[in-house]
Design a protein around this ligand. Structure first.
Ligand code: KIV
Length: 276
């Protein structure tokens, strides 16, 4: 197979590290992140200038046809993290900790986070609110970088009663802001907001010193993420409001990914039509 993507800015850049991401926030350069689950796409995304590759537990739904992310296992996450790390050269790699792999105790969280780091992750992502602060502190003081996923947290879909926009009223907005601060104070080096009002995400992003990444959270986060198969328009079914089909008018997957990176960097994505 001759699947080497064409050389682009992505293949000549330096490795994206935690300090790089902090510097990007300081310099107001937007961070482009996409989900990625295998070596081939990792190579294409890296060469196309994607800053951060996320091995999301969305792989359960996207690759395995599961009804939610809840059945995703540590074995699945370790395997796909290894695949992505094998194909990637310079992008920063974040791996999701699956449902049930960190909620029990800080020791359980460390044991499983260490497996993902050994598989090639540069950071792990956890879903949760204030209860998660001791876990974030435990991991980060032991040199495992953490991204805290707030807002709509798909692993809590049963408790939340569906995939709904979070933080809409004043009380919920205040709680979200407090939780984001608590995550940063506990040591989280990145905060990801899913499905929250754009104005709220803008306000919280301004108040934090660590980079924020949004999905359905407006243009004013420090970066954006989408599920790869959504933005390439290959995931079947109705597309969420916050997704744009980047394959539109593009001759190849690499061109579509480059269009996404450009649109994130020049803030032409997301627009008001993708925002709550
Ligand atoms: O699992 C995933 O793909 C995610 C994104 C939706 C942010 O967490």
């Amino acid at each position: 197979m001759s699947a080497q993507p064409q050389a682009t800015a992505g293949s000549t850049r330096k490795a994206v590290t935690l300090p790089t991401l902090l510097e990007m926030k300081k310099n107001q350069e937007k961070i482009a992140m996409l989900t990625c689950y295998d070596a081939c796409f990792a190579s294409v995304l890296d060469a196309s200038g994607v800053d951060v590759l996320l091995i999301g537990d969305s792989l359960g739904m996207v690759l395995a046809g599961m009804p939610s992310t809840l059945p995703v296992t540590m074995d699945m996450m370790e395997y796909h993290t290894r695949c992505v790390a094998a194909g990637n050269k310079n992008a920063f790699v974040v791996a999701d900790m699956p449902f049930g792999s960190y909620q029990e105790s800080v020791e359980q969280a460390y044991r499983n986070a260490a497996k993902l780091m050994a598989a090639g992750a540069n950071m792990v992502k956890l879903e949760g609110t204030a209860w998660l602060a001791p876990t974030v502190e435990y991991l980060t003081t032991r040199d495992i970088p953490v991204c805290a996923h707030l807002g709509l947290t798909p692993q809590s879909v049963s408790a939340l009663g569906g995939y709904r926009v979070q933080g809409r009223d004043a009380k919920a907005a205040k709680t979200l802001k407090t939780n984001a601060k608590a995550m940063q104070e506990a040591g989280a080096q990145m905060v990801l907001f899913e499905l929250i009002p754009g104005k709220l995400a803008a306000d919280i992003s301004k108040s934090l010193s660590v980079p924020t990444i949004g999905i359905g959270a407006g243009v004013d986060c420090d970066g954006q993420v989408l599920v790869l198969h959504d933005m390439l328009n290959v995931f079947p079914g109705k597309k969420p409001k916050f997704v744009r089909n980047f394959m539109d008018n593009q001759p190849s997957i690499q061109a579509a990914v480059q269009a996404y990176v450009s649109a994130v960097k020049d803030k032409s994505f997301p627009t008001a039509e993708h925002t709550f």
